[in-house]
Design a protein around this ligand. Structure first.
Ligand code: PMP
Length: 367
């Protein structure tokens, strides 16, 4: 069976070049006489792999030395706890834009005072809410009092994304970028901390990248008595993410993905490709008489496009007919139903073109 067009939300498509390289090195990593799976994380070979991965990420995303990069485990989900444990001294603000930001908010509530600064729940999370500064200050929210403001920049389930980052004033912005990491250029100086589960744009499941401004972690965890040693950002930074055994294979593979991005032309090129892919799909959906994308146009994600015929039976038929053509991973999240096409970096323009022509073909067969 040939490789399919994989539109899964994560774990998701990886660049074929990367998989082939891994295949060629799996028995014997060049010069090591063993597989990367068999290496000590403290040996010279793995240390070089780790250093190359970090250096490559710093180059592609232009991350200066004032930010620390951590490669941790436990998924983005464990960061929902790590963030308040490290940064929540008094009060934090959360913007609710879907399931994951809500989970992050509920987790933070266990550790301190947390304000909801805006929520898209009233319209089913199908648009990104604006921060109403005037209303917030009337309600007594002062951004200078907030240890941080948390957002989920791209909402994998609802297919929405922040077109622009919110103005959080003095409060550092903390962003879950799991499903948009490395999909376009970004300015790290706008963030106090960003984190991403790697399994969408950056590698396999099991590695979580945390990029954090050094001054935010210098004092150690805000909740020192509660914070598990593993989740102490300062300690992890001091140990180069090797307080314990890291996910060696995951970091190796993420490093390969970073180099692939570099060889393709970096984040500028990723951004251009992703814009083109998303435009192609959303234009087809907007022109369709059968399919609709329910997301408010200015809030649409370039990474995850959700759509439906409005008829669950017909949606199921579409998903199964598409799979027969090798277009897979299109079933929408169980909370929403319908379809979702994830258009991460490793999903080619050709794959999206095939999906769009299948959408048109399926529609023409219905009338
Ligand atoms: N945040 C976002 C935006 C996600 O898409 C996901 C997973 N799909 C998570 C958090 C949770 O990530 P994990 O499964 O790595 O804990």
């Amino acid at each position: 069976m040939a490789r399919v067009r994989n539109f899964s939300a994560g774990p998701s498509a990886l660049p074929e070049d990367v998989l082939k390289q891994v295949q060629s090195e799996i028995l014997e990593y060049p010069g090591a006489g063993m597989s990367v799976l068999e290496m000590s994380h403290r040996g010279a070979d793995f240390r070089a792999i780790f250093a190359d991965a970090e250096a490559s990420l710093r180059r592609i995303a232009q991350i200066p030395n004032t930010y620390r990069i951590l490669f941790l485990q436990g998924g983005a989900t464990l960061q929902f706890s790590a963030i308040p444990l490290n940064l929540l001294r008094c009060r934090a603000g959360y913007i609710l834009t879907g399931n994951f930001s809500k989970k992050a908010y509920l987790e933070a509530q266990r550790y301190g005072e947390v304000d909801v600064l805006a929520s898209g729940e009233a319209d089913g999370f199908l648009s990104i809410p604006q921060l109403n500064q005037a209303a917030l200050s009337e309600a007594g929210v002062d951004f200078t009092d907030l240890d941080y403001v948390h957002i989920c920049e791209n909402n994998t389930i609802y297919g929405t994304a922040f077109a622009e980052l919110p103005d959080t004033g003095e409060a550092p912005l903390v962003a879950d970028v799991s499903s948009c990491f490395l999909s376009a250029p970004f300015d790290i100086a706008r963030y106090g901390l960003m984190y991403a589960g790697a399994q969408k744009n950056a590698g396999p499941a099991g590695v979580t990248v945390v990029i954090v401004r050094e001054d935010l972690i210098q004092q150690g965890p805000a909740q020192a008595a509660l914070c598990p040693t593993y989740l102490d950002y300062r300690l992890q930074a001091e140990h180069g993410s090797m307080y314990n055994t890291p996910n060696t294979f995951g970091i190796y593979l993420a490093g390969k993905v970073f180099s692939w991005i570099e060889r393709q032309g970096g984040l500028d090129e990723m951004g251009k490709r992703n814009r083109k892919k998303a435009e192609l799909l959303y234009t087809a959906l907007d022109q369709s008489h059968l399919f609709t994308c329910p997301v408010e146009p200015t809030s649409r994600s370039r990474m995850n496009a959700i759509f439906t015929t409005g008829d669950p039976k017909l949606d199921a038929e579409f998903i199964s007919a598409a799979a027969k053509r090798g277009l897979t991973g299109l079933r929408g999240h169980r909370m929403l139903g319908g379809m979702r096409a994830s258009l991460y970096n490793a999903v080619s323009l050709e794959a999206v073109e095939e999906l769009v022509s299948f959408i048109r073909e399926f529609e023409s067969l219905q009338s």
